[in-house]
Design a protein around this ligand. Structure first.
Ligand code: PEP
Ligand code: MN
Length: 455
């Protein structure tokens, strides 16, 4: 597919980076000081972007290939980054997990993997309520480090527009470190030992993974002996970024026109998505994203009807541009068999292009008796496995997964290779928002995808 084909779409009618302001905008904080807000947005508009339109088009092309079954998308990272997470060890550990998972997928699926991090900008969180009450005290909810602070004090919860400037800087630092690691050879297939996590001791999964690494290493060396040159320059591995486009004043301030490209680009990330709570067809978030040239994704929950889905396609991808639109379904293991098939059937009959991705995290959140928000590994794996079957039955294709995970040794989701129980959760629960898969649980999901596909 030529790049020209990817770019040959019309400009959206009646759209501007700020046209979302005419629509109902959910999940927006109320900034107490509008002058401070204006000052921050003016500064943000003048700061350099975090990504380029070339990278955005390169990703769109890869997503178009994923739509055709020629690639598989691995999208993962924290539920929310925090400013204090902008630290070298945390960033490289997350990258290590994603690289190990992608190696498992490439090897097992025999398909190139599109790697997208939920990072370098995942600082805003939608909340189910605007306020939070503890011991009779009610304060505004924590909306992510982009907006306010998690501590339960009145001062910490005041939305502060200067946090947008700090988020831009932290995103740039994260991006810079990821790019430098990749350019420097961190992802080189000749050195998968770079991706070992120091804290992982003996683990049955690690042993299975090491066997796979050895056989890939043998194959690479064999090919190099035959051809007399390096077959794989994985230095040029691609890593893209994504985050939820939730705080629209921030997103709009980083939405730019690019010389010699027509149209507008969200240059704060390669691949913005709209969350389930802000996916209303006539809402501000859909209005904002319809006008940017990035590939975009939208979370699809159990209450979305087939009719709403088709209307989202009309608005977000009216010209059926390849690679443009991703639907991330997040139904929950208990509901997917009932809720997903009518949507798949409607899209198959409609015939327009979409990339289907499964988020097996957000429909499977529950609270334990000891007060932790958790996810059962069996439900997560079951939703992914079910998705493959339901797509196969509907004649559609599951083109990727969207996961919340970390390279840290946490106990936030139960189950998995080490059979974590509810009692284990208090040992190393670090997330301020949703529970993430740990290293072994992440690797196990990658392996179960491979097993499922090769059945
Ligand atoms: C998320 O991805 O962290 C999230 C809040 O998801 P959803 O919009 O699907 O609930
Ligand atoms: Mn989440």
């Amino acid at each position: 597919m030529s790049d020209r084909k990817l770019q040959a779409v019309s400009l959206p009618a009646n759209w501007a980076p700020e046209s979302w302001r005419e629509r109902p905008a959910l999940q927006m904080p109320t900034y107490p000081d509008s002058d401070a807000l204006d000052t921050a947005l003016t500064e943000l508009r003048s700061l350099p972007p975090l990504v380029t339109s070339w990278e955005i088009f390169a990703l769109k092309k890869q997503l178009a290939e994923a739509q055709e079954g020629k690639r598989f998308l691995l999208q993962g990272g924290d539920c929310a980054e925090s400013f204090s997470d902008c630290e070298s060890g945390l960033i490289s550990n997350r990258l290590k997990v994603l690289l190990q998972m992608s190696l498992v997928l490439v090897h097992g699926l025999r398909l190139p993997v599109v790697r997208v991090g939920r990072f370098a900008g995942q600082y805003a969180k939608p909340r189910s309520t605007d306020t939070e009450t503890r011991d009779g005290v009610t304060l505004p909810s924590y909306r992510g480090d982009l907006v306010n602070q998690p501590e339960f004090t009145a001062q910490a919860r005041i939305p502060d527009p200067r946090r947008m400037i700090k988020a831009h800087a932290r995103s740039a630092m994260t991006m810079n470190f990821v790019r430098a690691l990749i350019d420097g050879g961190f992802a080189d297939l000749h050195h998968p030992e770079y991706w070992n996590l120091s804290w992982v001791g003996y683990s049955p999964l690690a042993a299975e993974y090491q066997d796979m690494v050895r056989s890939i290493g043998d194959a690479v060396r064999f090919m190099e002996t035959l051809s007399g040159s390096e077959v794989h320059n994985l230095n040029r591995i691609d890593f893209y970024t994504s985050h939820e486009a939730l705080l629209l004043p921030y997103e709009a301030a980083l939405t730019r026109e690019v010389p010699r490209q027509w149209g507008w680009f969200n240059l704060s990330t390669h691949y913005p998505w709209i969350g389930m709570r802000t996916a209303a067809i006539d809402g501000a978030h859909v209005e904002y994203l319809r006008g940017v040239r990035n590939p975009i994704a939208i979370k699809i929950g159990p209450s979305v009807s087939a009719d709403q889905l088709l209307r989202l396609v009309d608005v977000l991808n009216p010209e059926d541009e390849p690679g443009r639109l991703t639907f991330i379904h997040r139904m929950g293991a208990a509901h997917i068999a009932e809720k997903l098939p009518p949507l798949l059937e409607a899209m198959r009959r409609d015939g327009r292009r979409v990339l289907w991705v499964c988020d097996p995290m957000h429909g499977n959140t529950e609270s334990t008796a000891n007060g932790f928000k958790t996810r059962r590994f069996d439900n997560v794996r079951s939703e992914v496995e079910h998705s493959f079957d339901l797509h196969a039955a509907a004649g559609t294709r599951l083109g990727g997964v969207h996961l919340e995970l970390t390279g840290e040794d946490v106990t936030e989701c139960t189950g998995g290779a080490r059979e974590l129980t509810d009692a284990d959760l208090e040992r190393a629960y670090r997330s301020t928002v949703d529970p993430r898969l740990n290293y072994e649980q992440s690797l196990e999901i990658a392996m179960s995808i491979v097993r499922k596909q090769n059945q």
